[in-house]
Design a protein around this ligand. Sequence first.
Ligand code: SAM
Length: 248
Amino acid sequence: MAKGAIDLEQSQMHMIDDMIEKLDIQDGDNILDFGCGWGCVPNYIMSKFPNVRFTGLNLSHEQCEYIRRRMQEPESYLGSGRFTLVEGDLNEAQFDEKFDKILSVGVFCHVGNLTNSFKKLASFLEPGGKFFLHIITVRTPNNISSVYTHKYIFPHGRYWNFDAVPSHNKDLKTIQRWYLNGINYSTTFANWLKNFDDSYDYVKDLEYGIDFAKFRRIWRFYLIWFVSNFASCDGEINGNGQFLLVHA
Ligand SMILES: C[S@@+](CC[C@H](N)C(=O)[O-])C[C@H]1O[C@@H](n2cnc3c(N)ncnc32)[C@H](O)[C@@H]1O
């Protein structure tokens, strides 16, 4: 959660405003959001820039179905005619156009091969284009994966060491990077935990594919663990990393 924000929603807007500045988004840019989730980043950025166009790439069918519904809503910027949704995997994706900017938030923890992914993304980027990457990162000597999060939360998830991205310079190279102290993310997890607990009456009836009591134990353990994980060592070891990359 960013400094000074009163709640998660405001914090999220501050973070996207910061991303707009770091990626130097200009009105009229054609932007690719790799791993666009529920579409909130494109929606917010299009609300600020009337001529920005976005393509969202996402392999989650459920998230794409949700976005398709939002694309029918006139009050949503996803329904403005400036947003294109591509349901599919980066590894198979092809585009007829190139993008001025590419952004990717919280996706590379699911990416197993930085070299191949950067090669693919570089092939989508205009010659003078820029790529902004936001990930969980660690400042321990090695990349970290966890058996618990692999089994229950993010299959094959991994936390790249802060130096892993800049050490890959084959198709894209890092020109600037930022380490965001983990205390911010710890506060985000504490808020997610509070929201989950406060919404008990609502969340208990949702569909999880497993018994709710079991899901609740798994989910709360993950949230509580990560509150402390990102707060440890004053947030200097586990945090978030942001990287600005251009063609190598
Ligand atoms: C943790 S979510 C982040 C979502 C969004 N960027 C945000 O910040 O709210 C990771 C997203 O990446 C997508 N994703 C992961 N691997 C992908 C791949 N190989 N190709 C396309 N999308 C992928 C997932 O479907 C999901 O939407």
